[in-house]
Ligand binder design. Structure first.
Ligand code: FES
Ligand SMILES: [Fe+2]
Length: 405
């Protein structure tokens, strides 16, 4: 899976981390790669061109994919108790409420009286009840209608049948996910629910956030994420940090001539510990990581279609993908740190984020270039190369999701 969306150039400048680095590098060298090469033995066809710009196709994806998935809506600790927030999930207007006692509830953003928006702002304070701003009907945190305010219904009105329409909520590693599906699927990170258990995820705080609205279809972003053939041409700084990317691959067993049993090489360039401009960690390293997790330098976990997380030895970053239209996609990137790192005198989270932002913007420009080109009347579909096995998996996942639609 594509890693590059962060990175930093830079050699470590003589931090005490070099000793640790040596230990972890040796631990990794002890591991032999025994898996088989994931390279494809053929060059399959891509998704059709219209799937990237046709409004009807996009509407079907909203129904078949986005309304049937879990969607990340941000960090729990960025949502203050006593707050209501408005989100859009697969084109559906929903609210996420955090009561003053911390309880979470989520509902479709529509009142059962005459359908007004319950939360007409992106965020607003939440009292004890969820009160419609139009005629003041009020609902409790379980969605039950508890007051019709100035309106006095007749006996034929069944209050119990007029609660809010619920939306599913769940948490994972400090992120809050919503699903508007009747029966939501399992939350399925590609490396499993426990992939980030060695990081203190729940306690990390957002130190920096950027958003980018790209002129491309959301699938273009994921395709770019899933291959490194573009790395040598698009990401010179990233290729400096992660030497194997210079070959246009993400792992040794994808490289030409690789043989099973080859010792693993360290991932980051000599002396680098993390994806920061200098290569040095931006604060204390997480204590619970394995030697392999430390030596990796970056640990990617992907939750389709909504987000990926990159966990480093010192901080964690998430990127959330939100389709805004057939040819418009919002990226929200957040940098997460432990309190002790944020409390360091002079700590500058934006500086830590600088390299990843550079790489993300390089990817964004590539995605927009891809989108413009595939709208040529001549382009009907393309072909995947053997190294693009993760794109094939993504395409097959999209095809499977779309089938019932
Ligand atoms: S529409 Fe909500 S109270 Fe009337
Ligand atoms: Fe990239």
């Amino acid at each position: 899976m594509f890693a590059p969306s962060d990175g930093e150039e830079g050699a470590a400048r003589g931090t005490g981390a070099d000793t640790v680095s040596q230990e972890t590098r040796e631990a990794v060298r002890g591991n032999l790669m025994t898996e088989t090469s994931p390279l494809l033995d053929h060059c399959p066809e891509t998704l059709p061109a219209e799937s990237y710009h046709d409004p009807e196709w996009f509407a079907r994806e909203q129904r078949a994919i986005w309304r049937r998935s879990w969607v990340n809506v941000g960090r729990l600790n960025d949502l203050a108790p006593g707050t209501m927030r408005r989100h859009e999930i697969g084109g559906q207007n929903v609210i996420l409420c955090r009561a003053s006692d911390g309880r979470l509830g989520a509902f479709h953003n529509t009142c059962r009286h005459r359908g007004a928006e319950l939360c007409p702002a992106d965020e607003k304070p939440l009292g004890k009840l969820i009160t419609c701003p139009y005629h003041n009907w009020a609902y409790d945190m379980s969605g039950r209608l508890v007051s019709t305010a100035f309106a006095t219904p007749t006996a034929d009105f069944d209050r119990q049948a007029h609660g809010l329409f619920p939306v599913h909520v769940r948490q994972w590693n400090g992120f809050v996910f919503l699903s508007v599906a009747d029966e939501p699927p399992e939350l399925c990170p590609d490396l499993g629910l426990s992939a980030l258990d060695n990081w203190p995820m729940d306690t990390l705080r957002t130190g920096h956030r950027i958003t980018r609205d790209l002129d491309c279809n959301w699938k273009i972003f994921w395709e770019n994420y899933n291959e490194c053939l573009h790395c040598p041409g698009i990401h010179p700084e990233l290729c400096d940090m992660v030497p194997i990317y210079r070959q246009g691959v993400m792992a040794a067993n994808e490289a030409p001539g690789w043989e099973a049993g080859t010792p693993q090489a360290p991932t980051l360039k000599e002396g680098a510990r993390s994806w920061t401009m200098s290569g040095a960690p931006c604060g204390p390293e997480f204590a619970g990581l394995t030697a392999q997790e430390k030596a990796n330098g970056y640990n990617f976990v992907t939750v389709y279609p909504t987000m990926f997380v990159v966990a480093h030895v010192d901080y964690v970053r998430s990127v959330t993908v939100t389709p805004l239209g057939p040819e418009r996609t919002r990226l929200t990137a957040e940098w997460l740190f432990p309190d002790e790192t944020l409390a360091q005198p002079g700590f500058d989270a934006a500086e830590v984020a600088r390299f990843a932002t550079l790489v993300l913007d390089q990817d964004g420009a590539a995605c927009e270039m891809n989108q413009r080109g595939l709208k040529s009347g001549k382009y009907q579909s393309g072909r995947l190369m053997p190294q693009e096995f993760d794109i094939l998996k993504f395409h097959n996942w999209v095809r499977a999701q779309m089938e019932p639609a």
